[in-house]
Design a protein around this ligand. Sequence first.
Ligand code: SF4
Ligand code: SF4
Length: 425
Amino acid sequence: MAVMNSDNLFLDEAKALACVHCGLCLGACPTYLETGNENDSPRGRIYLMRALQAQRITVEEALPHIDRCLGCRACEVACPSGVQYGALLETTREHIEQRHRRSFFQTVLRRFVIEKVFPYARRMKWALWPARILKRMGRIVWLPRFIRDSVSLIPSQIVATNLPEFSPATTEESRGQVGLITGCVMSVMFGDTHRNTVRLLNAAGYDVVVPRMQECCGALFAHGGQLETARQFARRNIEVFERESLDAVIINAAGCGSTLKEYGHLLEGDREWAKRGMTFSAKVKDLSEFLFDIGFIERVIRESSIAPPSSSVTFHDACHLAHPQRITNQPRQLVKAIAGGSFVELPEADVCCGSAGSYNLTEPAMAGRLQQRKVRNIQSTRARTVVTTNPGCLLQINAGMARAGNSDVRVIHLADYLAEQLFTD
Ligand code: SF4
Ligand code: SF4
C-alpha cells in the first residue's frame, strides 16, 4: 500500500467518514439513475475520493466518475448522516485540477471559454455573436456535434441588461432597500428577467440598488475546482455590497445563489474575510424566497383579479435552489398562487436537467441523457408552461423541448411569469 503524504491530504477525513455507506442517496442521484453504476453514485464517489487520498487509485481512475458528477447535491438532501458532499467534491476537484493534465480540447474549454469568457459579461456578449449568427443560419450539419449542441442552447431572443443603479419603490412608502446581483449569464441573456425582478421588488415596496462594480459570483470556478479564484470573486463582491445599506441581497439565479450563500464557508480559514463572508451570505435571498417571505403575492392577488391560465403550468426545481438552499415550497407557492387549478406537479421535478453550470459543455453525453429525461417528464404533464428559477435550466430545457418538437411549450423564469400575470402594461 502506498504511503500517504501530506501533499495528498486534500480531503477532510471527518467529512468523508460521515458516510456510513447506507445507500439511501443512490435513488436521488441523477447520474446513478442513468447509469446504475456504483462509481457514478454519491457513495461510490466518496469511496473513490478516499481511495484517491490514500493513493490506492490514480487521478485518472477517479476522473471520469468525479467529472460526471453534476454537483447537484441531491445526495445531501437524501443523506441521513448529513454528509457534506458538495464540500468533499470541491476539494477533490481542486486536487485533480492541480495534478491532472487535461486534453487540449478540455483545457481550452475549461481554462479559456468557461473561466475567461463566461464570468465576464462584456466578453460573453462578444463571444455570443458568432454563435447567434450560426443559429440564424439554421441547421448546421457540417459543424461538429459539440458545437451544434452548444449553439442550440442559445435562445433566439437575447436581451442584455442595462439596469439603473437605483430603482425606487413604486409603493407610497419604501419598506426598505435591497441589492441585486446581476450575474454573468443572466445579465447577458436575460435582461428582461432582470427588469421584471426589479419591477416586482419595487412593487413590493423595496428600493433596488444594482452596484456597478459587482462581479461574477465565482460559482463556475468553485464548481470547477478553482477555489482560490472563486475566493477572489467572493472578496470583491463582499466589498462592493458592504458599501450599501441593504436589508437583503437578491439573486434570481439558483446556481449563483447557492455559492453566494456559502461565501462564509468558501472563505473559512481566512481571518479577515470569513466573518465578512458569513455576514454577506446571511443577507442573500433567492427572489422567490424573498417575495414569499414578505407576503407579496398574497397581497397582490388580494388586490387584483387574476384569471387562472387555461392551459397547464408546471414547475422545475433548479438543483441549486432545491438542494443546497432547500427552497422548493416558496417558488411553487408563488406559481400556484397564479396558476390555481391549472398547476400540475412535474414528475422528478428536482432531478437535474443536465445543465449544472457548465456541465452541458464539459459532459455533453450525460447532459443530453438528463435533458431527454426532463423532456419526457414534462411531456407527461401536458403542461404548456414550465416555470423555473435558473438561467442554465431555462436554456437546457428550452433546447430539449425544441429538439423534441415541442417549441410551443414555454419555459419561463419565475420573475417573468409573475410579472406577465401581475403587470398589465
Ligand atoms: S452531486 Fe448530484 S450527481 Fe453528484 S453524487 Fe450527488 S446527487 Fe449524484
Ligand atoms: S446517504 Fe449519506 S451516508 Fe448513506 S451512502 Fe449516501 S452519502 Fe453515505
